[in-house]
Design a binder for this molecule. Structure first.
Ligand code: PMP
Length: 293
């Protein structure tokens, strides 16, 4: 794997470690920026249209004016120049540089636009191997009330992820003060109950995951019902299966929550069927150029 990813910084290509930005950038001072992460399979950006649409939503909600079509062109050029086959595209748009003051700058500022393409290990499912099951911990959902915006303000997510890591776990799942479990620190959460899928409704308290939405379509394809209802903290270990979804996570079974096994402590059959459906959807798209699901 190459040491430093190829970046596109405001339209100029350069190695990521050569990008420099001012300390007055509002992303540095306030976390005033939004982002996206997009999976690359065989050199092509998966579910790109959906990610760009979510980026438009995030930009609009925080009132950053950026040209997403231009970002799309840059992304395509830099992806082609990077030669990355298996990777992740990261896009971040900050409000720009201005003297430190909470309210938005009144003088026009130019957003700083970063794209970079990072190589990742091919997904185990691509090699026909099962994805290892995940161990998770529960952690309070300390985030703000607009989690539908994919903001770079991720401190609460980082603290939760750190709590998972120091406890030898792969992910933290976030519990609201009302006892509902919203999602993971960097993934969406699903449960299987009596053959149907349960997941939190896509309101402002979760990120509307692109993979979550894909799983709805995959579920439909394999005849599973989806109920948009958050799972409850106290019933977590009584559910038949639990799994996480995300751009890099794809579909990953949860085998253990807070040290207690889920089901028989292995990835369950419904999760495995969705992993297979996900893999097939990617293969069909690579073969035909069309997203079938
Ligand atoms: N929730 C959160 C909080 C996330 O950070 C992510 C990863 N972007 C997800 C869910 C999964 O979203 P997606 O499927 O679009 O990657």
């Amino acid at each position: 794997m190459s040491s430093t990813p190829l970046a596109n910084w405001n339209g100029d290509e350069m190695p990521l470690d050569q990008v420099r930005v001012s300390v007055l950038d509002r992303a540095f001072l306030f976390g005033d920026a939004v982002y996206e992460a997009i999976r690359v399979y065989s050199g092509r950006a998966w579910l790109l249209g959906e990610h760009l649409q979510r980026l438009r939503h995030s930009l609009k909600e925080v009132q950053i004016v950026a040209d997403v079509d231009r970002l799309h062109e840059r992304l395509a050029r830099t992806l082609a120049n990077s030669d990355v086959q298996e990777g992740v595209i990261y896009i971040q748009v900050t409000r720009g540089e201005a003297p430190r003051r909470h309210a938005f700058p009144k003088e026009p500022v130019t957003p700083n636009e970063l794209i970079y393409i990072k190589e990742v290990e091919p997904s185990p499912t691509a090699a026909g191997e099962p994805r290892p099951g995940m161990r998770v911990v529960t952690f309070p959902d300390w985030r703000w009330k607009r989690c539908d915006i994919k903001s770079t303000n991720l401190l609460a997510n980082c603290i939760a992820a750190e709590h998972a890591e120091v406890n030898g776990c792969d992910e933290a799942i976030l519990v609201h003060h009302d006892g509902s479990v919203s999602e993971g620190s960097r993934s969406s959460l699903f449960a299987v109950r009596a053959g149907a899928l349960l997941t939190a409704p896509a309101d402002e308290s979760i990120l509307p995951g692109i993979t979550r939405q894909l799983v709805f379509r995959l579920a439909d394809r394999i005849g599973l019902r989806v109920i948009e209802e958050a799972v409850r903290h106290e019933t977590l270990t009584q559910l038949d299966e639990l799994f996480l979804t995300g751009t890099t996570t794809e579909v990953a079974g949860i085998i253990d929550v807070d040290g207690r096994p889920i089901g028989d402590g292995t990835t369950g059959p419904v999760t495995a069927a969705l992993q297979d459906a996900h893999h097939r959807a990617v293969q069909e798209w690579l073969a035909t150029g069309a997203t079938i699901v």
